[in-house]
Design a protein around this ligand. Structure first.
Ligand code: ATP
Ligand code: LTN
Length: 336
């Protein structure tokens, strides 16, 4: 609880150019909470370094991700927009929660297994304990609700378990957070190249992803190349993963249901449909892209937002931090 408001927290890693998966599954929904909740939206750069990053790119992407938050409609006056590594409480509480998170629990995380497979030469300890840092992000602000895509459900369950474990040992300390996952198929946008795999911003195959910042003709071309099947009918039948994914994307951008889409494209071919998806996507992203371009020309403004966000987040984090320190038996921090 923050004053009279319940708290919402979410984060996106600056680990690549954001995709329409990030947009439809997470970012686009963030602004809906701004009026009713105290919202913290964080660029989680500490999470991003669990995979090796090029330093100049990481820095640029941190600005870009913040600019995209604003371009997607998050008003910096109504939301706390900040960068994770600017607020020391995340790493501090992250370490503490490492000590309340079990090796066995972390070993079961599918994201860890996936990323270990993809980065076999760099299976570092941070990649393994990633979910404990994510729990810290959330619990630090006494968060009630966490809007995320479907792939983060398992991490959220772990965060809840860690909060409950801590509360059981020390008495009520943390609010146990709830995930907020879209009920629509937009919570799980799949790769355009392999529609049984999630679309991921760090995918090396450029044809697998559509980026929020892709140009209109690139977007249309990528949808044209999307992997489908050898049939001709546009419907959500089992086994038609590619078409179902395109229907999910089209539905998310136009507000149409699967039935409406099936009716609209009855008797028409995949070519027509793919073009319509591409156009709907490009149309919806155009205003976000324009605002993004404008913001990126004003680095000073973005830095002001970073400072303001970090100051507010840091201030708000201190209450939980001092409570946690007291409960576990750390001595009071000397002021220096
Ligand atoms: P990476 O490829 O670096 O792991 P990512 O694309 O999975 O990145 P994250 O930064 O881990 O993106 O996720 C940010 C938010 O976007 C999370 O809430 C996540 O659930 C959501 N998200 C990511 N990919 C998708 C997707 N394909 N469909 C729906 N939501 C998604
Ligand atoms: N783990 C998330 C990013 C993330 C996050 C968070 C999301 C880090 N900390 C806290 C919600 C709340 C991801 O990989 N998508």
């Amino acid at each position: 609880m923050y004053k009279d408001k319940k708290v919402v927290f979410s984060g996106i890693q600056p680990s690549g150019q954001l995709t329409i998966g990030n947009y439809l599954g997470a970012l686009k929904n963030f602004k809906e909470f701004s009026e009713e909740y105290r919202c913290y939206y964080c660029v989680v750069d500490e999470h991003a370094i669990t995979v090796r990053q090029n330093p100049a790119e990481l820095r640029r992407r941190t600005y870009e991700t913040l600019a995209l938050y604003i371009a997607a409609g998050l008003d910096p006056e109504k939301n706390v927009l900040f960068v994770q590594s600017h607020v020391p409480g995340h790493a501090e509480l992250g370490w503490i929660l490492d000590c309340y998170t079990m090796f066995g629990e972390l070993s079961r995380m599918t994201q860890f297994k996936d990323k270990s497979r993809k980065n076999a030469d760099n299976i570092n300890a941070g990649l393994f304990t990633y979910p404990a840092l994510m729990a810290a992000d959330i619990l630090l602000y006494q968060t009630e609700m966490v809007p995320v895509g479907h792939d983060q459900k398992q991490h959220l369950e772990l965060a809840r378990d860690v909060a409950e474990r801590f509360n059981q040992i020390y008495g009520d300390t943390f609010i146990v957070p709830e995930p907020f996952i879209n009920k629509t198929p937009a919570a799980r946008i799949m790769s355009l190249a392999e529609p049984t795999k999630k679309m991921s911003k760090s995918d090396e195959n450029e044809n697998a992803t559509v980026r929020i910042l892709d140009e209109r003709d690139v977007i249309i071309k990528k949808f044209k190349r999307a992997v489908t099947d050898s049939e001709t009918e546009i419907c959500a039948r089992e086994g038609k993963d590619g078409i179902i994914n395109l229907m999910s994307i089209y539905g998310a951008f136009t507000g149409k249901t699967f039935e409406e889409i099936e009716r609209e494209f009855a008797g028409r071919g995949y070519g027509d449909f793919k073009l319509a998806v591409g156009e709907a996507c490009a149309d919806a992203l155009a205003p976000v892209q324009a605002e993004f371009k404008r913001l990126m020309q004003d680095k000073k403004y973005l830095e002001e937002i970073m400072l303001k966000g970090a100051m507010e987040a840091h201030h708000d984090s201190l209450r939980t931090m001092s409570k946690v320190r007291r409960k576990i038996g750390f001595t009071e921090k000397p002021r220096f």
